[in-house]
Design a protein around this ligand. Structure first.
Ligand SMILES: [Zn+2]
Length: 475
């Protein structure tokens, strides 16, 4: 039998439990289950994985520098463990401020500027809270971004091209700048293959190899939008291209389709209106969706001279679209030699990343990672190298025919030192076969065989066919 005192205590306990249960269920039913971290050249991204939506606030404290993240309506579901090496973070602590409000305190080596937002669930993840810690510009020594992607095998180094001697660049002749954009990264893995191949890793490996090859071509320089596993918003990528003075922007992807049977590479340019195919529309939607991860949905245009700006934008867009289609077609026909094509011609779609009005831009879907066979090819170093080679060849062919003024390649073409393909030369008085061979950087034997010459004797006014020459590797 129970005494009355005991009965009373049991009742209080029962009521207390009931009260607590109601409170927790009503307000703090969200758990913070894990935290993930990415380091970019100028910021550190923290992503908290949540079981439901939350309210939150973020503020900084000084002396010592700290960042405080209050997550309301949440409790800790598991310890927050993440490596903070190479970041401004020295430690991460958490405590329950109230039964329903979780506080996370981040200890910092130096002050940062925070930006935070929440993300709704997607195919890969549930609700998330994203906190970006931007390095303050005043900090003298930036923390380098990690440059290693452990999941990607190193690509063996092979010679770029047959060594043909090219003349040195005269002063003031600049390189053609190609900005290479590896799609996705960090919180945004892109598409994935059945054996865990991730688009963000595959495309970074191809982008790095493409950069190496382009840098090996005299008169060209390649830059990457991202050099590690971190996310850059889509508009941020085109901004980087503009800041680096890009003559061409190449975005590399390896995508997924609803049908696992879909295969083949494609090249896209921006559509003038609407997408040219359903696939294009579907891909554009799924690629553009990743911009939500950037947190900033809209960019405000300057209101001044909006109409004039619109007209200029249209003109410039048309010019760069023509170039985009041209370079895209050259890249596509080269890719067709190393892998099956999904479509025989350049497709057009409304990819956000292609919307630079002044920079010719293409997006290369190197294959479907949702197709088991293509996924394993895409993850293989030799295939990545072949894909990069076909892209760099297409880019080189385009610029040999369309060199921007003031570049070394333009100077080469204008001074007759390279031909873009077979062309004619009329023999002037005093010219010998050897002189013409030197002028066009071909061997006398090549000239003889291209023109079926039995001897080296030339007639004034005679027309010789000059065989096409390739741009050479840097000495
Ligand atoms: Zn993609």
């Amino acid at each position: 039998m129970m005494g009355s005192g005991m009965r009373f205590r049991a009742m209080v306990a029962a009521v207390g439990m009931l009260f607590l249960a109601v409170t927790v269920d009503a307000v703090a039913d969200t758990k913070v289950n894990s935290v993930r971290l990415w380091r970019a050249p100028d910021n550190t991204r923290l992503v908290f994985d949540l079981t439901g939506p939350v309210q939150h606030s973020v503020f900084t404290l000084t002396a010592p520098d700290r960042l405080v993240i209050d997550i309301n309506g949440a409790t800790l579901g598991a310890p927050l463990n993440v490596s903070t090496a190479n970041t401004p973070i020295t430690a991460m602590r958490s405590a329950q401020r109230t039964p329903t409000d979780l506080r996370v305190v981040i200890d910092l080596k130096k002050a940062v500027t925070p930006k935070s937002f929440t993300l709704a669930p997607n195919a890969q993840y549930g609700n998330r809270l994203v906190v970006d810690l931007f390095d303050n510009a005043a900090d003298a020594a930036p923390i380098p971004a990690p440059t290693n992607v452990a999941t990607v095998a190193p690509v063996p180094v092979t010679p770029i091209d047959p060594p043909v001697k090219l003349p040195p660049a005269p002063a003031g002749k600049r390189d053609i700048i190609v900005v290479i954009d590896a799609g996705h990264g960090g919180e945004d893995p892109g598409a994935s293959g059945s054996r865990g191949q991730r688009e963000k890793d595959v495309v970074l490996a191809i982008a790095r190899e493409l950069q190496r090859q382009v840098n090996g071509m005299k008169g060209f320089r390649a830059e990457l939008t991202r050099t590690g596993d971190y996310f850059i918003p889509l508009r941020g990528r085109t901004e980087i291209a503009r800041k680096k003075g890009a003559d061409l922007f190449v975005s590399i992807h390896a995508d997924a389709a609803p049908s696992a049977a879909a295969f083949g590479a494609s090249v896209f340019a921006l559509s003038d209106r609407g997408a040219t195919s359903e696939t294009a529309r579907w891909l554009a939607d799924s690629e553009n969706r990743s911009d939500l991860i950037g947190g900033a949905g809209n960019v405000s245009l300057d209101d001044k001279d909006r109409m004039l700006a619109g007209v200029l934008l249209d003109l410039s867009m048309t010019a760069s679209l023509t170039s985009s289609l041209n370079v895209g077609q050259k890249v596509l026909s080269n890719i067709g030699r190393v892998t099956p094509l999904h479509k025989q011609r350049v497709e057009q779609a409304g990819f956000m990343v292609l919307k630079s009005p002044d920079i010719p831009s293409i997006l290369v879907e190197t294959g479907f990672i949702s197709n088991a066979n293509e996924a394993s090819k895409l993850a293989a170093a030799n295939h990545q190298q072949a894909l990069a080679r076909s892209i760099s060849s297409g880019v080189r062919q385009f610029f040999q025919q369309n060199p921007p003024p003031g570049t070394y390649i333009a100077w080469l073409r204008d001074s007759g030192k390279i031909a873009q393909g077979p062309r004619d030369h009329r023999v002037s008085p005093g010219e010998t076969l050897a002189m013409i061979a030197v002028r066009y950087q071909v061997s006398p034997a090549t000239l003889r065989s291209a023109n079926n010459l039995k001897s080296d004797e030339l007639k004034i006014g005679q027309t010789l066919t000059i065989p096409g020459t390739e741009l050479a590797a840097k000495e």
